[in-house]
Design a protein around this ligand. Structure first.
Ligand code: DOR
Length: 442
């Protein structure tokens, strides 16, 4: 396993914590950023230091992806912590928060400890794991440690993690202080519409079955309970204009929301070109929803970005709707998708940095991450904003081997990714010797 080296990054366009850009150097010692300045004089020859020439490249804090499904344990035929973290390294993602719908479910301390142990052995980037609510594990939910929070599937889930009973939901909101992150879709409405549209095999029907109203109903209920108990609430992958408008009118200071890149840049038109590869939960919406979500993000109504990386094999995806599973991979492409949007004028690079790193660290209380400043962890990504290149299916590192963005010409690709002062990805190669660390949550 590799150990941290001292690094001196030279001549980078550094995105500073205030959003301004400075051309300069960054010195890294013992996992930490120790100096950021226009010119850092060379280190004494007694000190072993690796210089990275970043001329023409832009240096950002590493992406913290706060919603991924990495499938280990139990579903490793789709993805595992090693393959997914290699994809993270390539995508500029230096930390992730992973969801509990693995086998067994992450619904108690033993399962959480098992994931943490596996990640310590296999993950090239930093990691944290949600604890999943089952309706009868309240004691475990309150005691679990370390965890970013409690994940509740209000809909779109089978088995023990489906929490569609309001009384059980309320019992969780009523107890403790831990953050609750909800997948907000109303299961009763989904069930009813599944019956109404039974027998239709066009995957586009997915967006009508799990429609905007299903998302809005669940988000309203979560907000109501959060207000009643002043309970820290995070709304995962918000997908509709209606939810964004609801939050715009009434968003308590203890509520945050996220959106995925796919809900910003893809919409129901994608079913025509990529069929079930565009099937996900919550589903893709209309062009109008895309635009309202963008505006909500720019206005701070939506706080940050998560990929909801949820890989399934191509064989599974090739099944006829509704047997095809929902979900798409994202960690390898998310930063480039967002930086390409920035280059197209949808937002600034500094906003992307905030949404994909700074605001995530703040919302989850992850100390020492999300900024390029002395004393912060040296989790960094150098990106190239000058050149465009296409998403090539054959070069993907996610085990599922496909992307809904295959063929898209993107800029902002990671050239070098650094985790805890160690180069984990450079010039197309992953350093599989690097290991991340468990994240802390304050
Ligand atoms: O489309 C989805 N697939 N959305 C989720 O939230 C979960 C997921 C999965 O685990 O496959």
């Amino acid at each position: 396993m590799s150990s941290p080296t001292n690094l001196l990054i030279r001549h980078a366009q550094i995105i500073l914590p205030n959003g301004e850009t400075m051309i300069g150097d960054v010195l890294i010692r013992d996992r930490l950023i120790v100096e950021v300045s226009p010119v850092i004089s060379s280190a004494p020859t007694t000190e072993a230091i690796t210089e990275v020439d970043a001329d023409g490249l832009t240096l950002l804090p590493g992406v913290i992806d706060p919603q991924v499904h990495f499938r280990e344990p139990g579903l490793e035929y789709k993805e595992n912590l090693f393959s997914a973290s290699c994809a993270c390294a390539k995508g500029g993602v230096t930390s992730f928060l992973e969801m509990p719908n693995t086998r067994p479910l992450t619904a108690n301390q033993e399962a959480l400890d098992d994931k943490l142990h596996r990640a310590s052995q296999k993950s090239l980037v930093n990691y944290g794991f949600f604890i999943g609510a089952t309706g009868d594990n309240l004691t475990e939910l309150l005691a679990a440690n370390p965890t970013p929070g409690i994940k509740i599937f209000m809909g779109s889930m089978h088995g023990a993690l489906l929490m569609d009973d309001e009384a059980k939901l309320e019992a969780i909101f009523a107890e403790g202080k831990r953050l609750i992150a909800v997948h907000a879709e109303d299961q009763a409405r989904i069930n009813q519409r599944r019956q109404e549209f039974a027998g239709i095999h066009d995957p586009a029907i997915h967006s009508q079955i799990q429609d905007n109203e299903a998302a809005l109903l669940a988000t309203k209920l979560a907000l109501k309970l959060s207000k009643k108990y002043q309970r820290r609430l995070h709304i995962l992958h918000m997908s509709t204009a209606e939810e964004a408008e609801l939050l715009r009118q009434d968003k308590p200071s203890w509520v945050t929301a996220e959106v995925t890149p796919q809900h910003l840049v893809l919409n129901i038109d994608a079913y025509k070109t990529i069929g079930t590869l565009a099937q996900m939960n919550p589903p893709l919406r209309s062009h109008h929803d895309n635009e309202v979500l963008w505006q909500a993000l720019r206005d701070g109504v939506i706080d940050f970005i998560a990929t909801d990386h949820a890989p399934h094999t191509l064989e599974e995806k090739a099944q006829t709707y509704p047997n095809s599973p929902s979900g798409m991979p994202g960690v390898e492409t998310s930063l480039a998708v967002m930086l390409t949007a920035a280059m197209e004028g949808k937002c600034t690079v500094a906003q992307v940095v905030n949404w994909m790193s700074t605001a995530v660290a703040r919302a989850y209380g992850i100390p020492n991450k999300g900024a390029i400043a002395p004393g912060y962890d040296a989790d960094l990504v150098l990106v190239d904003l000058q050149n465009y290149s296409p998403v090539l299916q054959e070069e993907l590192l996610t085990k599922c081997g496909w992307s809904p963005f295959a063929g898209w010409n993107l800029t902002g690709w990671a050239k070098t990714t650094i985790v805890g002062g160690q180069i984990v990805y450079a010039e197309g190669k992953v350093n599989t010797e690097v290991r991340g660390q468990a994240l802390k949550f304050e």
